[in-house]
Design a protein around this ligand. Structure first.
Ligand SMILES: [Zn+2]
Length: 168
């Protein structure tokens, strides 16, 4: 999933707990894995190095391509945070801004944690990394990017519509 989708669904999950920031964070963090479990398209990570025999050895090679990845991933995350604030704090819903930010960041953060695992192989993150690999195993949709993005927009719209109906 794109980080834009993760941020938006994370904010949607967090706003269900507007008075409990820690619960809101956990809900957003959990939402990351819930939607990674759905078949989904992803843009290519240019610096990605995959070990097909042991995905725990996957990595990102530092260099020029990594820099381009960083710009793309950073823009993706920023778009997600901005859209989350617009939709959940000021637009369709009126959740507290801090809860929306906690939600967007909680929805995004499992992916940067994968990068931390790539570079440290810390035992602290190994179980999470195994779970992250397992939950999206075989879920990659090899479709045209326009279709992939369309499906993710549809997912976000469905989540927003359901919450709009349930919360009002
Ligand atoms: Zn993920």
């Amino acid at each position: 999933m794109t980080l834009t989708t993760h941020a938006l669904v994370g904010a949607a999950a967090a706003q269900l707990f507007p008075s409990y920031p820690y619960v809101a964070f956990v809900a957003a963090f959990a939402s990351h894995f819930a939607i990674d479990a759905l078949p989904h398209w992803d843009y290519t990570i240019l610096s990605s190095e995959k070990d097909l025999r042991n995905p725990l050895n996957n990595d990102m090679r530092l260099g020029k391509l990594f820099f381009i990845d960083l710009l793309r991933i950073g823009s993706d995350a920023l778009l997600g945070i901005v859209l989350s604030v617009i939709i959940f704090a000021y637009g369709i819903f009126h959740a507290p801004l801090v809860i929306v930010l906690i939600g967007a960041l909680g929805g995004i953060v499992p992916d940067p944690l994968q990068f931390v695992y790539f570079k440290t192989h810390t035992i602290l993150l190994e179980a999470l990394q195994r779970f992250h690999i397992w939950i999206q195993k075989g879920k990659t949709l090899r479709v045209h990017p326009a279709i992939g993005i369309f499906l993710q927009v549809t997912l976000v719209l469905a989540v927003v519509a359901i919450e709009k109906i349930v919360l009002h």
